[in-house]
Design a binder for this molecule. Structure first.
Ligand SMILES: Nc1ncnc2c1ncn2[C@@H]1O[C@H](COP(=O)(O)OP(=O)(O)OP(=O)(O)O)[C@@H](O)[C@H]1O
Length: 350
């Protein structure tokens, strides 16, 4: 549905050119909710604005729904853009127009008649839960309601793709959840492809199917959300996930393990961080360590959560026993799909 090939974006800057994007290739499938995450300045806004050519990339190709936007003239582009709706962090509503008139604006500009506009806009205001507020002005709305107007407006041209540029960044956590739930519902009910950029993993976790992690103008990691949460590879990904799934164990746990280690011969105790997802969450992982390998196991830390009906989690356990059995147990865990990290307590505590 969306193909970005070799995208670079260079802006003129006071102290020389700023290279915001340094060669991005992305393929987003129809009907997906695709998250693009990164810290401030990573290039997310530049990239999402490349998809509808609100920013024209310096080099590279943008193909949406089989049509190469980067090869189009202005008239062709205006028509192609109707298939791509966009919602913005600061809503971009006109204060002098009512909810209905804000949502209707793109249709008015396209020259549609009043009756046809009403037929298109009324159901959309109903969909976003604002039917009763259609005569209000933006100043009389909450942030969440303003964003719902923005979403209705983006849907008036019956797009196939919805781009969301930090649409929930200005909203409180509860309103964020309800706006994201609305986007997910629209994605499911209308089959709309949603591309959202955010700096919050919580947003990715709630709604995205796949995620690309950006750093310094490049995509450094990409995968299904559950895979990226359970097997983050890059330091930036780990640090972004840390707010939801702590990547480091508390110092108090490391301290306790060091004193446990002192009581054993070298190597007979290991601190293991086990990450797992999906069906593995229902496997008797710990009882196998005890039964099959004769180990003692203490649970020291952990968290279990869900991403779109899939369980995922991590457990920090201290396993002790015969060294050969310990090593065999780690191998068996890895073979079963559990990600096992042996935590070096000396290095971690330093
Ligand atoms: N119009 C512009 N002119 C010059 N430099 C720009 C322009 N727009 C963005 N940049 C620079 O390009 C880089 C990427 O910016 P971009 O806004 O795409 O990142 P971002 O990940 O969306 O950041 P944020 O979350 O802060 O919006 C930054 O260094 C930024 O300062």
């Amino acid at each position: 549905m969306i193909e970005l090939r070799g995208i670079t974006q260079t802006y003129p800057g006071k102290n020389g050119p700023v290279q915001a994007l340094r060669g991005v290739d992305l393929s987003i499938a129809a009907g997906e909710v695709f998250g693009i995450i990164g810290r401030s300045g990573a290039g997310k806004s530049s990239l999402v604005r490349n998809i509808n050519l609100l920013n024209r990339p310096t080099t590279g190709q943008v193909v949406v729904n089989g049509k190469e936007l980067t090869a189009m003239d202005d008239a062709q582009l205006r028509s192609a853009r109707r298939e791509i709706g966009m919602v913005f962090q600061h809503f971009n509503l006109l204060s002098s127009r009512t909810v209905f008139d804000n949502a209707a604006l793109p249709l008015e500009l396209a020259g549609m008649g009043k009756a046809a506009i009403k037929k298109r806009v009324d159901p959309l205001l109903d969909l976003v839960g604002l039917a009763a507020l259609s005569d209000r002005y933006p100043a009389q709305l909450s942030g969440g309601q303003k964003q719902r107007v923005g979403i209705a407006r983006a849907l008036t041209s019956e797009p196939k793709v919805l781009l969301s540029d930090e649409a929930t960044s200005a909203l409180d956590p509860e309103t964020t959840r309800s706006v994201l739930a609305l986007l997910k519902q629209i994605n499911k009910d209308m089959g709309l492809t949603v591309v959202l950029i955010t700096h919050q993993m919580q947003v990715v976790k709630q709604i995205a199917d796949r995620v690309a992690v950006m750093e310094a103008g490049k995509v450094v990691e990409m995968g299904s959300v559950i895979d990226v949460f359970t097997r983050p590879q890059q330091p930036i990904t780990k640090s972004l996930i840390d707010e939801i799934v702590p990547q480091e164990l508390p110092a108090s746990v490391i301290d306790r393990v060091r004193s446990l280690n002192c009581a054993l011969s070298s190597g007979q105790g290991k601190l293991l961080r086990l990450s797992y997802a999906g069906n593995l969450a229902y496997q008797p992982i710990l009882s196998r360590l005890i039964r099959d390998f004769g180990l003692d196991v203490s649970i020291l830390n952990g968290q279990v959560d869900e991403i779109q009906d899939q369980t995922f989690g991590f457990l920090a356990v201290y396993a002790s026993g015969d060294l050969a059995q310990l090593n065999a147990a780690v191998e068996a865990l890895r073979a079963s799909g559990v990600m096992v990290q042996e935590v070096n307590t000396e290095a971690s505590a330093a």
